[in-house]
Design a protein around this ligand. Structure first.
Ligand code: SAM
Length: 275
């Protein structure tokens, strides 16, 4: 790692002034980056899929941990900077210039890998929902280690009857375990964002039988789409949902935020059985 030029030099040499539209807030502190790279518990040779490597700070930490990294970066200015890592980590890094929203991760070699990313805020939640709502489970990824705005991170790990509990909490917890692994002060980024951040670690667990991601997705969307309403109102137009409330003996005057993740799974199972 000593042969690597400082990230500040890389940024200056390649003219990587932060582009707000691309959600660019770079991390330069190698100790913090190593700490994040340790979260998934990588073994040498493991594959990591990284979205948005930027100038490559996290990429360096992951390569330093012995991982093979497949990275997708939308900003063409970063590609030459990332190519400089190749001689130091031969055959360990594949960089693809592209939009992570449009990429088929398995086609580019990310299959069976850990996903580790300091995500661009504008696409972070969309990518998370996509990775959490795959029908095939266990998923193609082994774990997710993702930086979010702290407020989003709190929503992912929230428990019922708390203000942050919502759709993201249920999607992240009905067949996965989610926890906040590292809190990151805004001053750690260049430039610093307005809010604090946190790294969330998510590991897949056993999926409940007879419940599809599509049904959980539709149910949570209806329930939390109108989170202040009673369930009998918010679930009114979702087929079989009112019958499911009756069959599971969940009081239809309750609000979505009071239901446990297990309650959502029970409702989804009845909806699915009746569909
Ligand atoms: N990983 C670097 C770090 O930790 O310093 C950069 C993180 S920065 C928050 C987000 C990165 O994602 C930027 O490099 C940005 O160009 C890239 N990016 C933004 N939108 C993207 C997209 N749709 N697909 C791939 N990369 C994207």
């Amino acid at each position: 790692m000593t042969a690597l030029p400082p990230l500040r030099d890389v940024i200056a040499r390649h003219g990587l002034s932060a582009n707000k539209a691309l959600g660019q807030n770079f991390l330069l502190d190698s100790q913090l980056l190593d700490k994040i790279a340790r979260v998934p518990g990588l073994s040498p040779g493991d594959t990591v899929y990284e979205v948005g490597p930027g100038p490559g700070g996290l990429t360096r930490a992951l390569l330093g941990a012995g991982a093979k990294v497949v990275a997708v970066e939308r900003d063409e200015r970063c590609i030459a900077a990332l190519d400089e890592l190749d001689p130091l980590f031969p055959n360990m890094l594949t960089v693809i210039e592209g939009d992570a929203i449009k990429v088929d991760e398995r086609e580019i070699g990310a299959d069976d890998g850990h996903i580790v990313a300091n995500l661009p805020y504008n696409v972070g939640t969309a990518l998370l929902v996509r990775w959490l709502t795959l029908e095939s489970w266990p998923p193609w990824w082994r774990s997710l280690t993702l930086m979010f705005q702290e407020e989003v991170a709190q929503r992912i790990v929230a428990k019922p009857s708390t203000p942050a509990y919502g759709r993201l909490s249920v999607l992240a917890q009905w067949r996965s375990a989610a926890e906040i692994a590292v809190k990151v002060h805004r001053s750690a980024f260049v430039p610093p964002p307005k809010v604090m951040s946190a790294v969330v670690h998510i590991k897949p667990s056993a999926a409940p039988a007879n419940v599809s991601a599509a049904t959980i997705g539709a149910l949570t969307q209806a329930a939390f789409g109108k989170r202040r309403k009673m369930l009998r109102q918010s679930l009114k137009t979702l087929p079989h949902a009112i019958d499911a409330l009756e069959e599971t003996q969940i009081d239809p005057t309750r609000r979505a935020e009071t239901l446990s993740v297990a309650d959502f799974v029970a409702l989804a199972a009845v909806i699915e059985a009746r569909s």
